[in-house]
Design a protein around this ligand. Structure first.
Ligand SMILES: [Zn+2]
Length: 491
């Protein structure tokens, strides 16, 4: 009996698969057991064809390949390579210099012996490397760049099955995967996307606070006011992804297009309002796939025409907005996807779009405008910390707004401080005046616990942006003004 390792995955985390092969006295053939999915069962034919290209007649006996744990489903063509190695080894066709049970294999075999790229390479490789069972892992050359993210010094990329066998018989040092450094994005001082937004001082300030403190933001305003431009500027205002975030993102996707310059940038996902709950949140019947919320992990999810989204899709946002992750359940499979995105939602204030504007008058029936706003439920609104109403730009307003670079720098500074104080979040205390101001506010207005908490958290970010050690009245006042009190029915 021989043993080696590979992995499988349903969702962003892979799990180890132990491959055992043994020979029985019976009619020659290959039998695969251990809850193998369709693609794994077909592996038999690919392996047989591939071994034939080496000029070998295998199997010469009945070979049983067992995949364990037997209770867990296995799927994917990445098991091909491990299955082929186990069969060759149990048939003693090749004297190997390395013990097979200390090796891991990932790769799909083509009929002519090439090793093809696989999906979910990062998650699969990570599961094997973390298991501590193996000393060395072989991955398809086409997946080498993705796997190099894991920064492990015991991975060898291989292009063909013959090349792999030559390695294993030679006993020489194996060529290792070079660790690819993360690309540096130039911090240009030229005009950034935010500088192209005309006016909108309040919108830019709200965006700065949202990005610095990871506060979900709702932009309200008439059509053409710059809501989409503000949102689109957001990813480039955030610091570059770190390695940990990149690994999480890579695991959320089945394959990464490394040729695209955007592969290593923060995601900016903009699903259309007709999107189903499944495509927004995730799902799938055969395998569990992440939705837009997990593809936006570590980046920005922009939902334009927010009230037009399907009700079930919007309600599905509650879980990831609250916890930064999403759990998907399918028959026998549970998967957890990280989904720590910043939500920027945008909407018209009423069906015609001109409510709360002085330049143009709203022509909607009040009940209709109210019904339109009520399409967003209270629990969803509760999860949006910031809400601003944007006005149509006027000519004199264009010069005094925050610059792209200033926002990017301040966001990076606040986030860096938060990161170094992860164990105990930095929370400035309230000044004496602030305490009194808050008490006054509470006496004047009905404030829920959640409402006070939100205001305080936003004020905390504002104090951090101002590099102050206490929350001052001005910070509280600004935080309170960013609560969109024009929407009294919702707040
Ligand atoms: Zn209107």
């Amino acid at each position: 009996m021989v043993r080696t390792y590979s992995s499988t995955c349903f969702g962003p985390e892979g799990s180890l698969v132990e491959i055992e092969a043994s020979i029985q006295e019976a009619i020659p053939g290959i039998v695969i057991t251990g809850l193998a999915g369709e693609i794994v069962k077909e592996s038999r034919e690919r392996v047989r064809a591939c071994i034939a290209t080496l000029g070998l007649k295998v199997p010469s006996a009945r070979t049983v390949v067992h995949l364990s744990p037997a209770t867990e489903k296995k799927q994917g063509s990445q098991l091909d390579l491990g299955i082929a190695m186990a069969i060759l080894a149990v048939e003693k066709q090749f004297p190997l210099k390395k013990p097979l049970h200390r090796l891991g294999f990932l790769g799909e075999l083509s009929l002519d012996g090439r090793i093809r790229a696989i999906d979910h390479a990062v998650a699969l490789a990570d599961a094997l490397l973390k298991s501590k069972r193996i000393e060395h892992l072989f991955v398809p050359e086409a997946n080498a760049r993705e796997v190099s993210l894991l920064g492990c010094a015991c991975v060898t990329p291989v292009a063909t099955f013959a090349e792999l066998l030559a390695f294993l018989q030679s006993g020489e040092m194996l060529p290792l995967l070079p660790e690819v450094p993360l690309p540096e994005f130039p911090n240009s001082t030229a005009e950034g996307p935010l500088d192209k937004v005309r006016g909108q001082a309040v919108g830019k300030r709200a965006l700065q606070i949202a990005l610095a403190g990871s506060h979900h933001l709702l932009l309200v305003g008439p059509p053409g006011v710059g809501k989409s431009m503000l949102a689109a500027a957001a990813p480039s205002l955030l610091p570059p992804l770190d390695r940990e975030e990149l690994i999480e993102l890579a695991k959320n996707q089945s394959r990464i297009d490394w040729e695209s310059a955007d592969a290593l940038r923060r995601p900016f996902r903009t699903p259309h309002h007709s999107a189903s709950a499944g495509s927004l949140i995730g799902g799938g019947s055969r395998s569990v796939c992440g939705g837009e919320v997990s593809l936006a992990h570590a980046g920005v999810l922009f939902l334009d025409e927010f009230p037009e989204f399907r009700k079930d899709a919007l309600e599905g946002l509650r879980e990831p907005l609250q916890s930064g992750e999403i759990f998907l359940h399918r028959v026998g499979v549970h998967a957890r996807f990280p989904a720590r995105f910043l939500l920027i939602a945008a909407m018209n204030p009423c069906p015609c779009g001109y409510a709360f504007q002085t330049v143009k008058r709203c022509r909607c029936h009040p009940a209709k405008a109210e019904a339109y706003r009520r399409r967003i439920s209270g629990p969803i609104f509760d999860r949006l910390d910031l809400c601003v109403v944007l006005g149509l730009p006027t000519d004199e307003a264009s010069h005094t707004t925050l610059s792209h670079q200033a926002v990017a720098d301040s966001v990076a500074r606040v986030r860096a401080r938060k990161a170094t104080e992860k164990a105990k979040p930095f929370e400035p205390p309230l000044s004496q005046d602030s305490e009194e101001w808050l008490e006054n506010l509470k006496a004047k207005e009905y404030l829920s616990y959640r409402s006070i908490d939100k205001t305080l958290r936003v004020a905390n970010t504002i104090a951090e942006l101002a590099e102050k050690a206490v929350i001052e009245v001005d910070h509280l006042r600004e935080a309170w003004s960013l609560r969109c009190r024009q929407f009294p029915t919702l707040f």
